[in-house]
Design a binder for this molecule. Structure first.
Ligand code: ZN
Length: 125
């Protein structure tokens, strides 16, 4: 056993990360709700009616890509919380080694250890 390699999370570390994830989930849900509410508003203000169509289309595209990004993150947070429940949280899905508390603290939704993540980012899997 090498002591320098990341270790499995203890109970307290798991609870800390779970709190972070739940906080993030609440925040994302509120942001997505707000965006969807704006998108779904039927009573269009006069100012928007006056602006030309291309500007409005660009704004809608921007809002939609924002929602997409937020929804994707929300899904990642949800999966992380599910893995906590299942007891597989903090374990690299590629090599099965512990991801490590430090890395998870910075990226609570990380599913791979640093080595596997940089491998997949460089395009070699
Ligand atoms: Zn790995």
């Amino acid at each position: 056993m090498l002591t320098a390699t990341p270790t499995l999370l203890d109970h307290e570390q798991t609870m800390t990360l779970r709190k972070l994830l739940e906080e993030r989930q609440r925040c994302l849900t509120a942001v997505i709700d707000a965006h969807l509410h704006i998108e779904g508003t039927l009573g269009v203000p006069a100012a928007v009616m006056d602006s030309d169509d291309s500007t409005r289309a660009a704004e809608t595209d921007f809002a939609l890509s924002e929602i997409e990004r937020e929804t994707a993150e929300q899904l990642a947070v949800e999966r992380a919380l599910e893995r906590i429940e299942a007891g597989s949280y903090g374990i690299c899905m590629s090599c099965g080694e512990p991801i490590g508390f430090e890395r998870l603290l910075a990226h609570p939704t990380a599913m791979r250890c640093l080595a596997c993540q940089s491998r997949s980012e460089s395009g070699r899997t």
